[in-house]
Design a protein around this ligand. Structure first.
Ligand code: ADP
Ligand code: ASP
Ligand code: MG
Length: 463
């Protein structure tokens, strides 16, 4: 076997009969050329949200509604499986697997006492556990040897931070020992997004985490490349739902990809870059709907381009927490204490800024963590120098990214005069130490106008 590739197919790449046929032919072509392949699949798009909804129904004791939604999910997967798997014996095997997964989910819905983070991860795992047997069955139907594996079966062992788990050191060896011999014989289809704690409980790697699974596996089997198949032709200059003329980037560096994905470019999970960087594995982003399009190659080399900026990303699932108190003025350690509090609760701070003359610290966090963070900081009111905690939810962070920004004077000036000309008020600014990006926070209502103006200012439609 000359070459090893990990390929990940996202939810919008596998959710219908036509798409699965394309996916099968992409895999088959590589398999027939004797390339060692591990395939990672997500749930069909929308399923993970459905499963969260099911868990909410259960939490509110609306179990009948929960079962109805389970049956909707079941119907969708059965319908697709029926259409893509023609051979009777393979079909039966896949249907048995789907049946047993759905029964497991229904039993859980009926019997679980309370839904906390651990149970939520269990609920969320079912999408990938339903899609993997279908893709594997569709491959077998086309004469490609294949079997489905859960993250646990593939050796993805994680810590027990439910909803945001990370692999344990020993996982790498386990994955290698499981998958390396397997790819000599067949194409294993591994569930993305899910792993297992040491105690054997299902964990998840964070929303969009199938990309992370792909790079964890890529690192473990020492893959030559990691291919991320999605519904757009690569990493684009901007979110295409905001800029319809966003252009695919031929090549970007790991650090540029990291900056873009960390601040909202959903096309890649930010954590998926780390294993690739450490092992210098190129990541290629390709379009399942248009496989002949070149896509984007993400590599170590940092190429500076004439226009300096390569992309703009938008993160709108964020909230701004403002912490103030007159006693904070000039008092050392206040920001450190706040960051400590939040870190102890596993709340990630995306940006922080402190006022130089006003006694205020502003912190940008994931909107889903707002309630927890707000309660945590308010607990200390009065007992510390913090006098007031307030928040804003209708904000977004914009990041302007490009390796050429480092050492090129005037980029920040251009960014902020573009914002000024659009009469957009900036609430917070941060420039990473790499000088690869300038990020700032604005009102959500100003996003579209700002991004369009910046895209045009840096000539990204002609890149
Ligand atoms: P998948 O199901 O394949 O994992 P995702 O929805 O997670 O797909 O990510 C792909 C989506 O990311 C695209 O459809 C696009 O709407 C969005 N996106 C946001 N910013 C960018 C960007 N800069 N480049 C490409 N896609 C982006
Ligand atoms: N299915 C999971 C999600 O929707 C993981 C993924 O799609 O990558 O977040
Ligand atoms: Mg994704």
């Amino acid at each position: 076997m000359q070459e090893k590739i990990v390929m990940k197919f996202g939810g919008t790449s596998i959710e219908s009969e036509d798409l699965i046929e394309r996916v099968v032919s992409i895999i088959k072509e590589k398999y027939e050329r004797d390339i060692g392949l591990v395939v990672v699949v997500s749930a069909f798009s929308g399923t993970t949200d459905n499963l969260i909804e099911i868990s909410d129904f259960v939490r509110d004791n609306k179990r009948k509604k929960a079962i109805e939604l389970v049956e909707e999910v079941e119907k969708r997967y059965i319908e697709v499986a029926k259409n893509v798997i023609k051979k009777e014996n393979i079909r039966e095997e896949v249907f048995d697997e789907l049946d047993s997964r759905i029964n497991e989910l229904k039993t859980f819905v009926k019997n679980v006492d309370s839904v906390k983070e651990r149970e939520l991860d269990f609920f969320m795992s079912f999408g990938e556990r339903l899609s993997a047997p279908i893709i594997s069955g569709a491959l077998c139907d086309e004469g490609v040897s294949s079997s489905p594996l859960t993250g646990k079966e593939a050796g993805v062992l994680t810590n027990d931070i439910y909803g945001d788990a990370r692999p344990l050191d020993e996982s790498e060896k386990k994955i290698r020992e499981t998958l390396s011999p397997l790819i000599e014989e067949e194409v294993p289809i591994v569930t993305g997004f899910i792993g297992s704690s040491k105690e054997g409980d299902i964990t998840t790697l964070g929303r969009g985490g199938s990309d992370y699974t792909a790079s964890i596996i890529g690192e473990a089997i020492k893959a030559d490349e990691i291919w991320i198949w999605t519904d757009v032709s690569g990493v684009l200059t901007c979110d295409p739902s905001i800029m319809s003329n966003a252009k695919p980037l031929k090549s970007i560096s790991y650090r540029e990809a990291l900056e873009l994905s960390y601040f909202g470019a959903d096309v890649l999970h930010p954590k998926s870059i780390e294993p690739a960087i450490e092992n210098n594995i190129p990541v290629i982003v390709k379009n399942t709907y248009n496989p002949s399009a070149e896509g984007t190659k993400i590599v170590k080399e940092e190429e500076k381009i004439k226009g300096v900026v390569k992309g703009i990303s938008i993160e709108d699932n964020v909230a701004l927490l403002n912490v103030s108190g007159i006693g904070m003025l000039g008092k050392p350690g206040v920001a450190a204490n706040i960051l400590d509090y939040l870190a102890n609760e596993n709340i990630n701070v995306k940006m922080i800024s402190t006022g130089s003359c006003e006694p205020t610290i502003s912190i940008l966090i994931d909107e889903r963590e707002l309630e927890k963070a707000n309660d945590l900081l308010k607990k200390d009111l009065g007992a510390s120098v913090i006098e007031e905690v307030c928040y804003e939810k209708d904000v977004a962070a914009i990041s302007v990214v490009g390796a050429g920004m480092a050492g090129t004077p005037g980029v920040a000036g251009r960014v902020f005069s573009t914002m000024g000309n659009s009469e957009v008020n900036i609430k917070m600014i941060s420039q990473g130490s790499s000088e690869f990006n300038i990020s700032f926070v604005i009102k959500e209502k100003d996003v579209e106008e700002s991004v369009k103006a910046l895209h045009s200012e840096f000539g990204l439609e002609n890149i």
